[in-house]
Design a protein around this ligand. Sequence first.
Ligand SMILES: [Zn+2]
Length: 68
Amino acid sequence: MKLAGGKRTKKAKIKCLNCGHVQDIDVPKGICLQFYKCERCGKMINSPKGSCCVICAYSDTKCPVSVG
Ligand SMILES: [Zn+2]
């Protein structure tokens, strides 16, 4: 089975709450990313309660689940 559409992974610029480092992360399709690890300080960033995911909460874009 082939997936329709482009195979480019969507990227999100996400900002670390701990050190302020902005990094590009791959936006997973179909799931909400509840946490990510900062590549600079190594801190695990969790999505705040009530928000969809770390991408919706801390990045410049919205996750595919939220967009629809
Ligand atoms: Zn950091």
